[in-house]
Design a protein around this ligand. Structure first.
Ligand code: PLP
Length: 403
């Protein structure tokens, strides 16, 4: 019998020897350098929590059949996704708008290939999730950067600069991170409206990466870009996945929601050309787990959000009180907290050295997200409090020697 509440986010779970990218010493040694194989990892964005029980249960049930041949998408997958977005985001999605994809990063690459040509520009808003720039450059396109600006301690979009950048006819596509990784903003309706309007006026197609849309802190509300107006819906492709929300990233499953029929057909044809499956891709178990969590893990998510909120306040108060000057930006969404260490007056190289070599902690360093991220650090707070406390204590002790 499944216990009524089968989760305990405080429980520390040993992830060694599971091929965890976040914890695997070999990966840490490559990413952070030799001798750093045992850093305490709060970097890559997955959670050190068990996924909801219903995901395991549904996969085990299917696994027991023991034939894992070519499998079409269960109609229940679309139904679960539609119902989830209706309940959580008041978005009425039609079933034929949904295409599946192995992941949001692969989808980003496919869309760049389909909707831009070599030499074209793709707009991003730095500091931002670094695979965006890697995908743009890797496909032979150019980055058009519309850097975010900090106004009274909060990141905002720079619309004057956006208008200038999108006026360049070589800018064909904008990758829009909503909610924003790493700065933690949940964009307000007026911001979405202005962003969408400027892109529309300049014929820039929007790829709204909304992978973090369910990780919204109490008091904030995510608005799906496509729900603002029909015009916006027709000029956008939205990426969705249960992978961040329910810790399923290893299952390689995401969806693209494309209300515009022409765009959808173009993506479908491109997917077929790439051989990622007639309906885009994804995996047998990814689809099963996604369906299960959308249908049966809302209570797990509500508890998770409260836990993350507590973790965030612990991090913010500890760092800001014990390291005067350090600023931890308000976390409106995602489980990735963004902290500015520049006020300590140390060089960004020294900040990185102290974190890695003296604190022994692996964080995503700010300059990975763009030059304007130098001296910032991103903490993945989706871990048991004990792990977060250990990391924060080590970071505080290491910096105390220098201030
Ligand atoms: C904004 C954003 N998009 C995409 C991804 C990864 O997507 P996927 O694992 O589906 O490729 C992440 C992971 O951290 C992310 O933060």
């Amino acid at each position: 019998m499944k216990p009524e509440k089968d989760w305990n986010f405080d429980k520390v779970i040993d992830r060694s020897n599971t091929g965890s990218m976040k914890w695997e010493p070999g990966v840490l040694g490559v990413k952070f350098g030799r001798g750093k194989e045992n850093l305490l990892p709060l970097w890559v964005a997955d959670m050190d929590f068990l996924s909801p029980w219903v995901a395991r249960q549904a996969m085990e049930e299917r696994m027991g059949h023991q034939i894992y041949g070519y499998t079409i998408m269960d109609p229940g997958y679309n139904e679960a996704l539609i119902s989830w977005y209706q309940r959580r985001h008041q978005w009425e999605i039609q079933s034929d708008w949904i295409l599946t994809s192995p992941g949001v990063v692969p989808a980003t690459n496919y869309l760049i290939q389909r909707f831009t040509s070599p030499g074209d520009k793709v707009l991003i808003q730095t500091p931002v999730y670094y695979p965006f720039a890697q995908s743009i450059v890797g496909n032979g396109r150019q980055v058009a950067d519309n850097p975010l600006k900090i106004n009274e301690g909060r990141y905002e979009m720079d619309f004057d600069d956006l208008a200038k950048k999108t006026a360049d006819p070589r800018v064909k596509l904008a990758i829009f991170c909503s909610p924003h990784n790493p700065v933690g903003r949940v964009w307000a309706k007026e911001e979405l409206e202005q962003f969408g309007k400027i892109c529309l006026e300049n014929n820039v197609l929007i790829f709204a990466d909304e992978i973090h849309c369910d990780l919204i802190m109490p008091g904030y509300k995510h608005i799906c870009f496509s729900t603002i107006s029909d015009e916006f819906a027709q000029n956008s492709i939205t990426a969705s996945s249960a992978s961040k929300t329910f810790n399923l990233a290893g299952l390689d499953q995401s969806s693209l929601i494309i209300p515009n029929e022409r765009l959808r057909n173009e993506v479908s044809i491109h997917f077929e050309t790439l051989g990622v499956g007639p309906r885009g891709g994804g995996t047998l178990f990814g689809a099963i787990a996604t369906q299960a969590v959308y249908n049966g893990a809302e209570d797990w998510l509500e508890d998770l959000l409260l836990y993350l909120r507590e973790n965030f306040y612990y991090l913010k108060t500890s760092l800001e009180q014990q390291l005067p000057g350090v600023k931890v930006f308000e976390l409106e969404g995602t489980y990735l907290a963004w902290a500015d260490f520049n006020p300590l007056g140390l060089s960004d190289k020294k900040i990185i050295r102290i974190i890695e070599e003296e604190a022994g902690v692996a964080l995503d360093h700010g300059d990975w997200f763009g030059v304007n991220g130098a001296g910032f650090e991103r903490f993945n707070i989706a871990c048991p409090r004990a792990i977060l406390e250990e990391a924060v204590e080590r970071v505080v002790a290491a910096f105390k020697k220098y201030i």
